[in-house]
Write a protein that binds this ligand. Structure first.
Ligand code: PLP
Length: 425
């Protein structure tokens, strides 16, 4: 990446790497599909590492500093970042625990505040592993579908909390803040209403804040633990989404003041999961990756506008609401008239499952998107597109998608069900 002499980055990280360079990657985004497919599905970004993160890792490798982690530097770095960016001043390092990653952290926190068989409420459509991980932990998912404006529907949440209480003594609400896949950034007043409902129903809130640094201009992130009434809640976060560190496992669980005793019950072995190198990388990102993040956010902001222009030109019947945060675009393809029948056994939760529009776009446009049906109720007929790529790749992908729809509408028999199937390895 181009850097001035002081080493701080100056270039939009989304325009640094070529497709040829990206295709050398061995992560799932680049290896799930054949090389003619543009992968805009799983939440990995087409960026190089932030120089401060690469330097921290390089230094550790040079020193052979690859032993066990020690200390609270990661939580301190998050605390400084949270104070500066979000005005979260009563963040307490003592009320944090290092966990292997956000999803494992969520499961461990759910084990602390719920019992097997208890209900966990989610606002659908939502990140598919919310279903799979909760189910595998022997808890039962209850959906409170988002409203037509894709924001939390408080009446639906009230009803879901009431039902959740019928299943067991200790229900929880797994909040996605900001929300994946819609890119909605919940407002403080919405979160206060959530806290009020949770309190009235005796529901513990666990807030997944992995996308928090990725809030774009025009919106403001509210840490759930800063909301009045959220004192007994938990938040889980890491630098994984904002700095593209999913391969460097290390996340943080943060307890509100009235959840500290619960956090103390977290089994010691959970802290053995995150790696020292992961902790070093996430710490460097929060501590010194702000400049790089700002350049990324500018690039994502430009991409969400570019996507609007491209859709108007190539796919005018696809519905698009600009995301307020995340690098995800939730596209309403119900107007395309594509059969959205689920594949046999298609349940929410299997992130790579394809159906309807996503299958058609893979088959006929060679663009891989996430299929809406895996995000639960409200997802069928939608696709999720990952904007964290170069404007050139985004333009090529949407142009191809437009041509595929044009061809499909010219010969409607061909579509998701026809004989043109390119099987993934
Ligand atoms: C809302 C949300 N939570 C959790 C994760 C996964 O985080 P981790 O890899 O730390 O488990 C993702 C990844 O995209 C996500 O979007």
């Amino acid at each position: 990446m181009a850097s001035p002499v002081d080493g701080s980055p100056t270039q939009n990280p989304l325009t640094v790497l070529t497709l040829a360079e990206l295709r050398q990657r061995t992560s799932v985004k680049w290896r799930m599909h054949p090389p003619d497919v543009l992968p805009l599905w799983v939440a990995e970004m087409d960026v190089p590492l932030a120089p401060v993160v690469a330097d921290a890792l390089r230094r550790a490798v040079d020193l052979g500093d690859t032993g066990y982690p020690h200390g609270t530097a990661y939580a301190e770095a998050l605390g400084e970042f949270a104070a500066e960016r979000w005005g979260w001043h009563d963040f307490r390092v003592e009320r944090t625990a290092v966990v292997p990653d956000v999803m494992m952290g969520i499961v461990e926190v759910l084990r602390l505040v719920t019992d097997p068989g208890d209900a966990v409420v989610v606002c659908s459509p939502v990140y598919p592993p919310f279903y799979a991980f909760v189910g595998h932990a022997d808890r039962r998912v209850i959906e409170a579908p988002l409203g037509p404006d894709l924001r939390i529907d408080l009446a639906a949440l009230d009803e879901a909390f009431r039902r959740a209480r019928e299943y067991g003594r200790r229900p929880a609400f797994l909040l996605c803040n900001p929300h994946n896949p819609t890119g909605v950034v919940h407002r403080r007043d919405e979160l206060e209403a959530v806290a009020d409902l949770a309190d009235r129903h005796g529901v513990r809130v666990v807030s997944d804040e992995i996308h928090a640094p990725l809030v774009l201009s025009g919106a403001r992130f509210t840490p759930y633990l800063t909301v009045a009434g959220a004192e007994n809640a938990f938040a889980l976060t890491s630098a994984s989404k904002a700095w593209n560190l999913a391969g460097l496992k290390a996340a943080l669980a943060v307890a509100g003041p009235r959840a500290a005793a619960d956090l103390d019950r977290m089994p010691e072995e959970v802290s053995h999961g995150p790696s020292h190198l992961g902790i070093l990388a996430h710490t460097a990102a929060f501590r010194a990756g702000g400049r790089w993040l700002d350049l990324l956010l500018d690039g994502l902001d430009a991409n969400r506008t570019l996507l609007e222009t491209l859709l108007a030109k190539h796919l005018p019947s696809v519905g698009y609401r600009r995301p307020e945060g995340t690098y995800l675009a939730w596209l309403d393809c119900t107007g395309l008239g594509i059969d959205t029948e689920r594949p046999a056994g298609g349940e929410p939760g299997v992130a790579s499952d394809l159906a309807g529009p996503a299958q058609m776009f893979l088959d006929r446009a060679r663009v891989a998107l996430s299929s809406g049906h895996v995000f639960g109720t409200g997802g069928t007929g939608f696709v999720r597109l990952n904007l964290a790529t170069s404007p050139a790749v985004l333009t090529e992908a949407v142009t191809r998608m437009g041509h595929a729809v044009g061809a499909q509408q010219a010969s409607p028999r061909t579509g998701a069900d026809d004989e043109i199937h390119h099987h993934s390895p």
